[in-house]
Design a protein around this ligand. Structure first.
Ligand code: SF4
Length: 62
């Protein structure tokens, strides 16, 4: 499971970081726009929920 954050759309609201910090701290702390999710079986549901919560739809999942 790979995540891409569109830096041009993101406003830095941190909803994603607050909702699923284990995964999205890569973005919140390191501004890493492309990263793999470790243990996708554990985080799949939370990641998809989080992507749906992004007010700018800046989160893509592969
Ligand atoms: S929820 Fe969306 S807009 Fe907010 S910080 Fe995360 S990626 Fe950026």
């Amino acid at each position: 499971m790979k995540i891409h954050i569109d830096k041009n759309l993101c406003t830095g609201c941190e909803i994603c970081v607050n909702h699923c910090p284990d995964v999205f701290m890569m973005w919140g702390m390191y501004m890493k726009a492309d990263f793999d999710v470790a243990h996708p079986e554990k985080y799949q549901k939370a990641v998809r929920e989080t992507a749906g919560m992004c007010p700018k739809q800046a989160i893509s999942i592969d």
